[in-house]
Design a protein. Structure first.
Length: 154
């Protein structure tokens, strides 16, 4: 899957997103922030975890990390671990570095870290290693059907 598939998923949700395919890599939060000229905290990382063995997506600020204990607690589970690249592709249809916050191969329960709600402008991956779209917390929350919870490491 790629940016065109993500664009179709956004359109199916009634969103008219402007997917930008840049010449620079956006695979990491730092690369993405430099490519669009924003702060790293404005980048949305879409990260896959296995929560009691089941896949969950976490939307996290680019300058933060997920606290596995807080994630397990928010998901009402015993344990959480990071999914490997093969599992990310299997579940989402996208490779690491291009995983968007919604529009995946398989529907995924999603948590949106509460810190993202404080940023008026956000940029998230759009299905490729150099594709992004601009959004805001409200739009991201609605499109991803995410539950808001604080899961970032302090």
């Amino acid at each position: 899957m790629g940016p065109q598939d993500f664009q179709a998923a956004a359109s199916a949700r009634g969103l008219a997103l402007d997917v930008q395919e840049l010449s620079a890599s956006t695979r990491t939060a730092r690369d993405a922030a430099q490519a669009v000229g924003c702060e790293e905290r404005q980048i949305v990382k879409s990260l896959l975890f296995l929560v009691d063995g089941s896949p969950w997506l976490v939307l996290m600020r680019g300058d933060r990390r997920v606290d596995l204990a807080l994630l397990a607690q928010a998901a009402e589970a015993a344990a959480a671990t990071r999914a490997d690249a093969d599992r990310v592709y299997e579940e989402t249809g996208f490779a690491i570095g291009g995983v968007p916050p919604f529009g995946h191969r398989n529907p995924l329960p999603t948590l949106l870290d509460a810190c993202l709600m404080d940023e008026p402008v956000l940029y998230a991956a759009a299905g490729g290693p150099n594709a992004l779209f601009r959004t805001n917390p409200s739009e991201l929350h609605g499109a991803s059907s995410a539950r808001v919870a604080c899961v970032c490491a302090k």
